[in-house]
Design a protein around this ligand. Structure first.
Ligand code: NAD
Ligand code: DAU
Length: 377
């Protein structure tokens, strides 16, 4: 079937994996990648598919309503996968307004432009879909009731040896929203607007809330690529607080696979949680990263341990995120395909093999920004 799909934020980390998957898997779809190319957007993430005949890149700001109207109409868009956002919690603490502008007003502009276009067509919302990508952070923070870890109630074919839960509670699709950071507050607000467009105007929407992603092409302000790069340059590894916070990690290509499944088979107006069934304390994951980088660089074991530097905690730092994604597993048959140990090995190798990609980003202005960001820690 021919379709015209708009993917926003396609030059970012997760978006680039989604664009790649759709361009390669669906030659009959026209994939329009809309991205403002902020500091986080990088067309080098899509070099391998940029010349495909079913792919178009458009530079635009989702908060520009007239531009959204023009683009959606010009390309006769019938499906939207919305990933464009400001995504880094530390930046949101320093500059909340940019987050409200892009994540809230930008999402609203996109919704409004899609509504106007789709309502102008004879078939209206039939065959249309607005899929909004959100985060588990909207649910707030869980308690770390079992710091040593208990047996996880979830298993998947890819469950790894390290398979613990650090508390008995998990985020469900029905968990009440309770965001704490300006980032998660802005994402929560955008999720509400998406649902409001369904409930008020009948727009066929879907929302998914995913846990922490890792993998190739992630901007090196996020924990895993930042630490890989710092180890390579023998720079300190800034561990916030005691390093006890827990995150649930998912390989980015598995998230892209979930997005594909949900875009095509998910039920309108539903929410699906997407998670890795894979909780780690920060300090434990940091030790795995150090060990893997040292081994692949040929350093003796323990060589980079001394780079670990405990720094002032992130303001309002959420203690634990843990997703129960059994609804998606049960209803649509999705689960992670990769064991964490395989995923982290692939990821570290990728960053070490693609040092030019990293060096391009971390030189010049970014270096100045990074030093400023971390100078007061
Ligand atoms: P990212 O920061 O790597 O990429 C964001 C992209 O959006 C960039 O290409 C950027 O240029 C673009 N963008 C930013 N503002 C824009 C604007 N005003 N108009 C158009 N484009 C704009 O982010 P990511 O980590 O790939 O996250 C993508 C989405 O997934 C976000 O909505 C995020 O909230 C969500 N999410 C991320 C994770 C994660 O672990 N990274 C987990 C769950 C959900
Ligand atoms: O849970 C999903 C979310 O995961 C996404 O919605 C966000 O877009 C994404 O950025 C991510 O948020 P986190 O804040 O969890 O990711 P980050 O990589 O910034 O941090 C992971 C953990 O590591 C967190 O507990 C803070 C800690 N940390 C992070 C950095 C950058 C450190 O200890 N030191 C660091 O230098």
């Amino acid at each position: 079937m021919k379709r015209n799909i708009l993917i926003t934020g396609g030059a970012g980390f997760i978006g680039s994996h989604v664009v790649r998957l759709f361009v390669n898997k669906y030659p009959d779809y026209h994939i329009v990648n809309l991205d403002k190319l902020t500091y986080a957007g990088n067309l080098a993430n899509l070099k391998d598919i940029e010349d495909n005949p079913n792919y178009t890149f458009v530079k635009a700001d989702i908060a520009d309503l007239d531009e959204m109207r023009r683009i959606i109409t010009e390309y006769k868009i019938d499906g939207i996968i919305h990933l464009a956002a400001e995504s880094h919690v530390d930046r949101s603490i320093k500059d909340p307004f940019t987050f409200a502008r892009t994540n809230v007003m930008g999402t609203l502009a996109l919704l409004q432009a899609a509504k106007e276009y789709w309502e102008s067509l004879p078939e209206k919302y039939e065959g249309k879909r607005f899929y909004h990508i959100s985060t588990d952070e909207v649910y707030g923070a869980l308690k770390l009731t079992n710091p040593e870890g208990i047996e996880s109630p979830f298993t998947t074919a890819a469950s790894s040896e390290h398979h613990h839960a650090y508390g008995a509670e998990f985020f469900l699709e029905t968990t009440k929203y309770n965001p704490h950071s300006p980032y998660s507050a802005s994402k929560a607000s955008s999720d509400h607007f998406v649902r409001a467009y369904h409930d008020t105007y009948g727009m066929p929407t879907i929302v998914t809330n995913c846990s922490n992603n890792y993998g190739p092409f992630q901007f090196p302000e996020k924990l895993i690529p930042l630490f890989i790069n710092n180890i390579r340059h023998r720079k300190p590894l800034p561990v916030y607080g005691k390093g006890e916070n827990v995150r649930d990690w998912l390989y980015v290509v598995d998230h892209a696979r979930a997005i594909d499944t949900i875009f095509h088979e998910g039920k309108t107006a539903e929410t699906y949680n997407i998670g890795g069934f894979n909780e780690w304390k920060n300090i434990d994951i940091i030790k795995v990263v150090i060990k893997t980088v040292d081994r692949l660089l040929g350093n003796p074991e323990g060589y980079s341990d001394e780079l670990i530097t405990y720094v002032t905690d992130r303001l309002g730092h959420d203690m634990r995120y843990a997703i129960d994604s059994r609804k998606l597993q049960r209803e649509l048959g999705w689960e992670p395909s990769l064991q964490f140990e395989e995923g982290i090995e692939k990821t570290v190798r990728w960053y070490l093999d693609n040092q030019a990609w990293m060096d391009n980003i971390t030189s010049g202005d970014y270096e100045k920004y990074y030093d400023e960001m971390y100078s007061n820690r």
